[in-house]
Design a protein around this ligand. Structure first.
Ligand code: GLU
Ligand code: MG
Length: 419
């Protein structure tokens, strides 16, 4: 006899899902009252211990599940668990300002306020699967596809079982590297789904006795493992408004301003979307990952890539048209990464920014440099709010210090173990 458990969690500052579980029979009540959690829970480092916290041991909060996020998680022994993602609330029921999912929700509202628009996104997530032998000639090959056996089809089934629409699964460029992409949805749902898909990659691999690793670099000289965020803008009537065939690179005025806002904010944005020390081993030239804060048309070496559309009716082409943000990896919480991306884009629209107003600068060389930009950025303070901004800085600076003595090999190993 076994009783199914439900886990309520969030993708936290370390980009890891943490929370608590309870019996499924109590789900209805827990949707109303959540699970108790403390402020410093948000300050758990990727390595486990709390390295620094502005909150100490004091305080109580509630993590309240969003029923729309229900996901079935394959457990290590073949049984099933349930996962709900949630929001941090204070005991008086109001949302806690430091909630990662709350930050994304605020960004979605601010974009709606300045433009009446919403963002749709699709996350494309790369990972390294240990269940195949490393072989020459493997990139994109039928052999690499065949060797992973039923892992890919089990993963796709697990994704669909969570009511997430899979798009594609492929053998990527790096040794043992694969990629899974899901269909675009409105931003909050896309971030929830990105969190779930990562967990499914790990869970399905673990059920097969292997690992699905999403760390940005397996070895310092190797191929990077990225999370690419495809986005497009939609109006209140549900019409796509990213494309204007007469606009610069086919971008509408609003899409151009949104993209320009992201480029302007990139140095600070890196601290959130490429938020770990090994993230910067990935952002080097010659890796198909960006090293410059530029916009490229159909160029996979750019920070932002205008993606192709297949020929169709004008309406069909407008629905497909999207831009890809390539400066992210899976050490970033999808809530924080997407929230800050949208907030930066919204600021671009609010200020009527054009691409001609922004210059493509080299990306920060390491996390410390990115954090310096983040600290100095009034805009970044606005994305988080002053107190959360300070807490995030404290958290990330402590993480940098913790691994500062490690060689780049040891650094990769440390994050491979965790992500
Ligand atoms: N693996 C590359 C990265 O680190 C991207 C390869 C591609 O899908 O274009 O972002
Ligand atoms: Mg890829």
């Amino acid at each position: 006899m076994a009783e199914r458990l439900v886990f309520i969690g969030t993708s936290d500052l370390a980009g890891l899902v943490r929370g608590k579980s309870f019996p499924e029979s109590d789900l209805e009540g827990r949707v109303m009252r959540g699970v108790g959690i403390t402020h410093s829970n948000l300050m758990l480092s990727p390595f486990g211990p709390i390295l620094a916290t502005p909150f100490g041991t004091a305080g109580d909060l509630i993590l309240l599940p969003d029923p729309a996020t229900r996901a079935v998680i394959p457990m290590q022994d073949g049984s099933e668990g349930l996962l709900y993602l949630g929001d941090f609330h204070k005991l008086d029921g109001t949302e806690w300002t430091h909630c990662p999912r709350g930050l994304l929700k605020r960004a979605i509202s601010s974009l709606r306020d300045v433009s009446g628009l919403e963002v749709h996104c699709a996350f494309e997530q790369e990972f390294v699967y240990s269940g195949v032998a490393e072989m020459a000639g493997a990139p994109y090959s039928l052999g690499a596809f065949r060797r992973q056996g039923s892992f890919g089809s089990t993963l796709i089934a697990a994704i669909r079982a969570c009511d997430i629409e899979p798009d594609s699964f492929l053998a990527e460029y790096g040794p043992r590297q694969y990629e899974v992409t899901v269909s675009p949805t409105p931003a909050l749902q896309a971030a929830d789904q990105a969190v779930v898909v990562r967990e499914l990659v790990r869970a399905v691999a673990a059920q097969a006795g292997h690992s699905g690793c999403l760390a940005p670099m397996i070895t310092p000289q190797g191929v990077g493992t990225g999370t690419h965020i495809h986005f497009s803008l939609w109006n209140i009537a549900g019409e796509p408004v990213t494309l204007d065939p007469d606009g610069l690179h086919g971008l509408s005025v609003q899409a151009e301003a949104f993209v320009a806002g992201i480029i302007r904010a990139l140095p600070a944005l890196c601290a959130v979307t490429a938020p770990s020390p090994p993230s910067y081993l990935r952002l080097k030239p010659g890796r198909w990952a960006p090293s410059h804060g530029d916009l490229g048309v159909l160029d996979r070496g750019s920070a932002l890539r205008i993606c192709p559309v297949t020929k169709g009716t004008p309406e069909n082409e407008a629905r497909q048209f999207n831009v890809e943000y390539r400066v992210a990896d899976a050490t970033a919480s999808p809530y924080l990464a997407l929230g800050c991306l949208i907030a930066a884009g919204a600021e671009g629209i609010r200020t009527g920014l054009r691409l001609a107003d922004v210059a493509a600068a080299p990306l920060p060389q390491n996390l410390t440099e990115a954090l310096d930009h983040f600290e100095a950025s009034g805009e970044a303070k606005g994305w988080f709010g002053a107190e959360f901004h300070a807490a995030y800085l404290m958290f990330k600076r402590a993480e940098c210090k913790e691994v500062s003595e490690l060689s780049s090999h040891a650094l990769c190993d440390r994050y491979v173990e965790i992500y």
